[in-house]
Ligand binder design. Structure first.
Ligand SMILES: [Zn+2]
Length: 303
């Protein structure tokens, strides 16, 4: 048997048809999550985000996400590659345009790529280099042409009969104007991108808004409360996997409200992209926040 190639990615199973692919040691220390749902009945593989391009601190052989998906034998998938031979067609959804979610997207050129229609100018060709943060990192901005879809959009297979995949896109601006969540109704899984996660700072760029984020959190909380059995699990763009959604949402919101109300103290001040940036850390360390101070002050004013 040939020796298995080393890879910048690892895969674990979250549900019968759903996998987490993680970039384990990327040079940006983002460790982004890429979620994969297989729908072989309609010959479709749904990708939620594409990670930060496979540049690893380790000397690994597989650095292409697409090569990993199509060739890397995954133990928890009965030893088969997730999209063996590349036979299933891709539908790629970006939870938002930050570099650590889009750097591998050019590998899926020609596939259906979906993004939020909430703020088309935010994703425009003129703005994407700045808004993806590629500019500030001095890296090349990937070129891609997403189809912008509305709130409550139901994702379908890319073939002509457009069979629904039972996954819905929800506009949840705040982290960025184009941030979305996805809800998989078959598995009761909620994907929230970078809106929230635990054990690492929730980060807002200067284009974000805590006021808008709080409104999106209220929407997500009532969305989860409206699910008949309520047993929704939450998956984030970093760190958090398969955690009870309602508790995650309410707890993260509670922390940010404490920050806005002045109940948490600034633990660190830095400059980031020309903005005075503050950091807060909850006692016990479950939630923390890094954002331009202006966003906290704006939210305090609007309370
Ligand atoms: Zn982000």
């Amino acid at each position: 048997m040939p020796l298995k190639k080393s890879s910048a990615f690892s895969a674990t199973r979250l549900a019968a048809d759903t996998f987490l692919v993680k970039e384990t040691d990327d040079i940006y220390s983002e460790n982004p999550h890429i979620y994969v749902k297989l729908v072989p009945l309609v010959n479709t593989i749904l990708l939620i985000d594409t990670g930060c391009g496979g540049k690893s601190n380790e000397d690994v052989e597989i650095t292409s996400l697409r090569e990993f998906l199509e060739t890397y034998e995954v133990e928890v998938n009965d030893g088969k590659a997730l999209n063996s031979g590349g036979f299933m067609k891709y539908v790629v959804v970006t939870t938002h345009c930050h570099y650590d979610h889009i750097l591998a997207i050019e590998q899926f050129q020609g596939s259906l790529i979906l993004a939020s229609s909430h703020s088309p100018s935010f994703l425009s060709k003129a703005n994407i280099a700045e808004h993806s943060l590629c500019n500030s990192l001095g890296i090349k901005t990937p070129s891609y042409d997403p189809t912008l879809v509305p709130h409550n959009f139901s994702i379908h297979s890319p073939d002509h009969d457009k069979t629904l995949l039972d996954v819905q896109i929800l506009h949840t601006p705040g982290h960025t104007p184009d941030e979305i969540a996805l809800y998989d109704t078959t598995n009761n899984l909620l994907y929230v991108g970078d809106t929230l996660y635990e054990d690492a700072p929730i980060i807002f760029p200067k284009e974000g808004s805590i006021v808008v984020w709080l409104a999106s959190m209220d929407f997500l909380i009532s969305f989860v409360q409206s699910i008949p059995n309520g047993q929704v699990l939450l998956n984030a763009g970093h760190c958090t996997v398969n955690k009870p959604a309602l508790d995650m949402l309410q707890s993260a919101k509670g922390f940010i409200v404490d920050v806005v109300e002045g109940k948490e103290k600034v633990v660190k001040r830095t400059m980031k992209r020309g903005e005075g940036t503050v950091e807060y850390r909850q006692m016990g360390g479950r939630f923390s926040l890094i954002c331009p101070e202006k966003l906290v002050l704006d939210a305090r004013k609007s309370l």
